[in-house]
Design a protein around this ligand. Structure first.
Ligand code: NDP
Length: 445
């Protein structure tokens, strides 16, 4: 049995009931096999893989808060500090009823390699709660955030662990969390990213993940003598990543014809009007269905099915495992051969394999959505310098970062004889830097 297979079996045995974590580890280990086999003695001697798949620490706590009816509610809170080999832990907080320790371990594990790919000094972490901000009043969200931060503040810091937003955690939540951190510690420091522009945030952070996704997509297309302009695109989700991916795609001359939320999807053959989506989602916190009430050319369909819409490019930007093998086959049957992931692990393992076996141009999330955390690291940088860059400066750095990531993953795939396999390329390129740092620092993590 190979070293990578041994470690996968060990992960399954030692982390029962965490299928998403198993899935993420398997995908990474499968693509690292080439590197590991070539350096097996060195990595085995240091038990490097055993150390890589084990979080440095998991903090788990209760979050009691009082709702608008005066009732005490209790949620679960977590922070997974996975790997600090190349910098302080960095990764978002997710507030969603589906959150559990296994999902945060999968996300934290992925984050290690993604952060490494950005070329910036940030380690891997992730956190969150099973709290659902949907339908809660601003006061309830504040009460929850303050309680969550009261516990979390003991374990984070600008040079230690710097959380950010993720599903269910946007500007409002980051504001409440930051205010409470400051009140508890007395420190005005860059402990969270995704802050408001008047209190330490970075321009472009809001747009960064979506813009970055389209920048790297464009870099890949150019490398294959194609362009984004003129393409028809389907974007799933209608949250932060989806909205700004759609915006940049439109700016580059593509037509976005569909978007979704967890209830259903809209199809607008005339091209989605993003100002309306932004008003529904960012201002009114409404449902995507409302778009079809306002736009005559649009049709709303309840339920899943967005991948049945004909397109040239699919950008899954909602959540994990939202695109399965059947969806992948449908995309191909409709002529789509280009997929770039905006969400984390939105394609199931079977769908990913199908893309790779059928000659898709496929960009995995850990490379293609790295612009978000990369720009968060630029926010940390500006906070440390006590200054801020202009929109154009940050946007230029983001675009350069995404071009560099494309170059890195493409080069790693070539070096290991799997040209065009950006899944393997991303895992190898992300891993190499972290593994070197872990070996150099001795048996400390
Ligand atoms: P948001 O909460 O802003 O939006 C998430 C969107 O996905 C919403 O439209 C939501 O619909 C939809 N969605 C959530 N769960 C499901 C589901 N089970 N089925 C269908 N649709 C669903 O989150 P983000 O846009 O920030 O994040 C989206 C993805 O991108 C996540 O995987 C996240 O980890 C990843 N990501 C985000 C980054 C960022 O900077 N924001 C950075 C890197 C990765 P509804 O409103 O109905 O819940």
């Amino acid at each position: 049995m190979s070293y990578t297979e041994e470690i996968y079996d060990r992960v399954v045995a030692q982390n029962p009931g965490e299928p998403e974590f198993h899935q993420a580890v398997k995908e990474v280990l499968d693509s690292l096999k080439l590197v590991i086999d070539a350096n097996e003695e060195k990595y085995r001697a240091a038990s490097l893989l055993e150390r890589l798949v084990e979080p440095e620490r998991i903090i788990s706590f209760k979050v009691p808060w009082v709702d608008d009816n005066g009732k005490v509610q209790v949620n679960k809170g977590y922070r997974v500090q996975f790997n600090s080999a190349i910098g302080p832990y960095k990764g978002g907080l997710r507030f969603h009823p589906s959150v559990n320790q296994g999902i945060l371990k999968f996300l934290g594990f992925e984050q290690i390699f993604k952060n490494s790919l950005t070329g910036l000094p940030i380690g891997g972490g992730k956190g969150g709660s099973n709290f659902d901000p949907k339908g809660k009043s601003d006061r309830e969200v504040m009460a929850f955030c303050q309680s969550f931060m009261t516990e979390l503040s003991k374990y984070i810091g600008a040079d230690q662990d710097v959380p950010a937003g993720d599903i269910g955690v946007g500007g409002r939540e980051i504001g409440f969390l930051y205010g409470q951190y400051k009140r508890l510690t007395g420190l005005y420091e860059g402990v969270l990213t995704g802050k408001g522009l008047t209190w330490g945030g970075s321009l472009v952070r809001t747009q960064a993940t979506g813009y970055g996704l389209v920048y790297i997509l464009d870099a890949m297309l150019k490398d294959h003598q194609m362009e984004t302009a003129g393409k028809t695109i389907v974007v799933s989700g209608s949250g932060n990543v989806a909205i700004y991916a759609a915006e940049k795609a439109q700016q580059l001359g593509a037509k976005v014809v569909a978007m979704s939320d967890s209830n259903g999807y809209i199809y607008d053959p005339e091209g989605i009007q993003l100002d309306i989506v932004k008003d529904i989602k960012e201002v009114r916190r409404g449902r995507i269905k409302e778009y079809a009430d306002q736009v005559a050319s649009a049709v709303y369909t309840e339920g899943k099915g967005i991948w049945s819409i004909k397109c040239d490019i699919a950008l899954p930007c909602a959540t994990q495992n939202e695109l399965n093998l059947e969806d992948a086959k449908t995309l191909m049957a409709n002529g789509c051969k280009i997929v770039a992931e905006g969400a984390n692990m939105p394609s199931t393992r079977e769908a990913t394999d199908f893309f790779l076996e059928n000659g898709f141009l496929f960009l995995p999330g850990k490379a293609s959505n790295a612009g978000g955390v990369g720009t968060s690291a630029l926010e940390m940088c500006q906070n440390s310098m006590r200054m801020s860059w202009t929109f154009e400066e940050v946007d230029a750095k983001l675009q350069q970062m995404m071009n560099d990531i494309y170059a890195k993953i493409s080069d790693a795939a070539k070096r290991y004889g799997v040209e065009g396999n950006y899944v393997t390329g991303a895992n190898i390129a992300g891993f190499e830097k972290v593994a070197d740092a872990m070996l150099a620092q001795g048996i400390v993590m």
